[in-house]
Design a protein around this ligand. Structure first.
Ligand SMILES: NC(=O)c1ccc[n+]([C@@H]2O[C@H](COP(=O)([O-])OP(=O)(O)OC[C@H]3O[C@@H](n4cnc5c(N)ncnc54)[C@H](O)[C@@H]3O)[C@@H](O)[C@H]2O)c1
Length: 269
């Protein structure tokens, strides 16, 4: 159902890889709600070609940019500004850890890989906000969002150095978000339930994460579609005074101690 919540709004959506990606669902919902946007992803991801389908469906132009490259980001924002003028929203839906990908144990992380993952997963958020800041291209009451995970606050062993990256990402949202307040732009992170996507499924023991979170959450896990709805709300004019927040979108998981379902599992052992 469309409510026209984003009618006339323009933005950039980073991180749609395939139709499981959270950013893919966000793009579909933003389109339904009347927004126009640019889709961006790393050049290597574009070569897979799946983004063409989303581009056709939403009428969005696709522009490649490695989110760690200031040159790529400059070009992307210049093209966006040429097309739309000032914009209203940015979604950072980007994450990658080489240590996770290569199965390196946390007690033995490779520090070059750690730096690469940190740059992609966290610092890139600062970089895109710096480019947007320098170009002064956000409209008043604009909204900037990044996706994160509760491993930033709690320990989830196999999440590895991504846990540290997410803490850093959330901290950037608060630090840069303070300055964006001067321009009446809000900056928040959405802490999403485990979600079966390419990045999510790459974490060792992901099936276990997913089932455990489902059994712990009073409302069950939030899906990628649920997350897209929440992002639409955060881009809309209905959430103008929400900023510097890490917003848990997880069916209640973050405030649980233990659920009856989990207790029953142990009692029946
Ligand atoms: N899936 C989950 O369980 C889950 C839970 C909470 C938060 N998140 C977060 O949601 C976001 C989106 O992930 P997803 O689950 O949709 O997986 P996904 O694999 O579909 O998306 C990750 C995206 O990051 C992009 N990316 C990687 N390196 C890049 C670079 N250098 N420049 C630009 N883009 C680059 C990938 O191409 C991909 O599109 C991530 O920040 C992830 O950590 C995911």
């Amino acid at each position: 159902m469309s409510y026209g919540l984003l009618k006339g709004k323009k933005g950039i959506i980073f991180g749609a890889l395939n139709n499981q990606s959270i950013a893919w669902k966000v793009a579909e919902r933003c389109h339904e709600e009347g927004a126009e946007f640019i889709l961006s992803n790393a050049p290597i991801a574009l070569r897979m070609g799946e983004l063409d389908e989303l581009s056709k469906k939403t009428g969005a132009e696709v522009i490649g940019a490695d989110a760690t490259s200031m040159g790529d980001l400059e070009r992307l924002f210049d093209t966006t500004i040429k097309k739309f003028g000032k914009i209203d929203f940015i979604l950072h839906s980007i994450g990658m850890s080489v240590n996770v990908r290569k199965g390196k144990h946390y007690t033995d992380v490779n520090y070059d890989w750690l730096e690469k993952g940190w740059d992609i997963s966290a610092v890139s958020f600062h970089k895109m906000m710096k480019v947007a800041w320098d170009k002064d291209c956000m409209n008043k009451w604009g909204s900037i969002l990044a996706l994160t995970y509760i491993a930033a606050q709690r320990t989830f062993p196999d999440y590895n150095d991504m846990a540290n990256n997410k803490s850093y990402l959330e901290s950037i949202a608060r630090s840069f978000g303070y300055y964006w307040g001067e321009r009446k732009v809000r900056v928040n992170t959405v802490s999403q339930s485990p979600t079966p996507t390419t990045a999510g499924s790459g974490v060792k023991g992901f099936g276990g994460f997913l089932g455990y979170a489902e059994d712990m959450s009073p409302l069950g896990n939030a899906s990628a579609e649920d997350c897209a709805n929440y992002c639409v709300a955060m881009f809309s004019d209905l959430t103008r005074k929400v900023t510097l927040q890490n917003l848990f979108h997880d069916g209640g998981f973050s405030n649980m101690g233990v659920s009856q379902k989990i207790i029953n599992k142990y009692e029946n052992e």
